[in-house]
Design a protein. Structure first.
Ligand SMILES: Nc1nc2c(ncn2[C@@H]2O[C@H](COP(=O)(O)OP(=O)(O)OP(=O)(O)O)[C@@H](O)[C@H]2O)c(=O)[nH]1
Ligand SMILES: [Mg+2]
Length: 202
């Protein structure tokens, strides 16, 4: 089974994206497998609504370990199961909390083993006059890594908060070698394009 890792800074919208994407693909109930930092595996069943309430938060560092779901996705002929992996947010520098540092190490470890990487960037926070600087070091390094990795795409999230399209255009201009999909994880916008991108790689 191919896997798809969702990465990005804390609060970028990774968890909400995955849960709403599962809903978009027709799933009302999901099973989430958490791989704790001590390697213990925990499996829990949720309705997607319940999972959104419990696992997504406006407070950053909500996800503190790899959490995967297996869902079916339509491909050219039929459907295929894919593992979508949520991860804890990455930050510039070193976090003071050892638990969060370990969680970030676990995210970085998963990068190498992933077939598809969806890098979520909150574009409502970008300063479109200076995209590179406002994007920060960690997102910049992930984008550089993505340039040499097959199956890497950027999801420019929270487009529902934008008054104008300028941040999307600037991001596309700055990183023209990359595949960038503007989305709203909240309103499920851009999900058709994400589905096509992922299913083309299965
Ligand atoms: N307006 C808006 N809010 C969003 C969108 N996507 C996520 N959010 C909000 O952003 C906050 C963070 O979302 P999460 O999905 O928990 O973020 P995360 O990237 O998983 O964060 P960590 O687990 O802390 O790394 C929540 O309050 C979401 O409701 C979006 O497209 N639009
Ligand atoms: Mg999360």
């Amino acid at each position: 089974m191919r896997n798809c890792l969702v990465i990005g800074k804390p609060n970028a919208g990774k968890t909400l994206f995955i849960l709403n994407f599962a809903e978009y693909l027709g799933f009302k109930n999901i099973e989430i497998k958490s791989i704790k930092n001590d390697e213990k595996v925990e499996v829990k069943k949720y309705s997607t609504e319940e999972a959104k309430r419990i696992l997504s938060s406006s407070v950053p560092y909500k996800t503190t370990c790899l959490q995967s779901i297996e869902i079916e996705i339509p491909i050219l002929k039929g459907r295929k199961i894919i593992k979508i992996i949520d991860s804890s947010g990455l930050i510039d520098g070193i976090h003071k909390d050892v638990k969060i540092r370990r969680a970030m190490g676990q995210t970085l470890g998963a990068l190498r083993e992933s077939d598809i990487i969806l890098h979520i960037i909150d574009i409502s926070k970008l300063n479109y006059n200076n995209v590179i600087e406002s994007i920060g070091e960690v997102d910049y390094q992930l984008i550089k890594y993505g340039a040499i990795k097959e199956g890497y795409a950027i999801l420019g999230n929270k487009i529902d908060l934008l008054e104008r399209k300028t941040p999307i255009i600037q991001l596309q201009k700055e990183f023209s070698d990359h595949y960038i999909i503007p989305i709203s994880a909240l309103l499920k916008r851009g999900f058709g394009e994400v589905k096509s991108y992922v299913s083309r790689r299965l």
